[in-house]
Design a protein. Sequence first.
Length: 120
Amino acid sequence: MHIKHVTLRVKNLEQSIRFYDMITELTVLRRFKSDSAEIAFMTNGKGETEIELLHIPQGQTFEGKGMFICFETDKLDEMHQLAKDQGLNPSPIQNPGDQTCYFYVYDPDGVSVQLRTFPN
């Protein structure tokens, strides 16, 4: 068993699509409307990662703390610089001593997104 996708309720679908496209390099796989909702599924194209961005006017978005989504990258320094250049205020790159390095950045709705390298 594996997670098929994670759904994030967002305030502004276009802004969220731009963020996830830029920071995680996910692209829109499919996009559609259902009643008052607008939905975009974003993927890495390999079927390994998929998130659903769900916008419902007047709908509640995630407001909690203590949760983050981790994305593996082999371009940590480049993505950290990109986040800085875009004014996203990323955390410093951290090295916890387990052969990984990572940083955090917040998406437009306040979800903490971690980009992390892992040993081969």
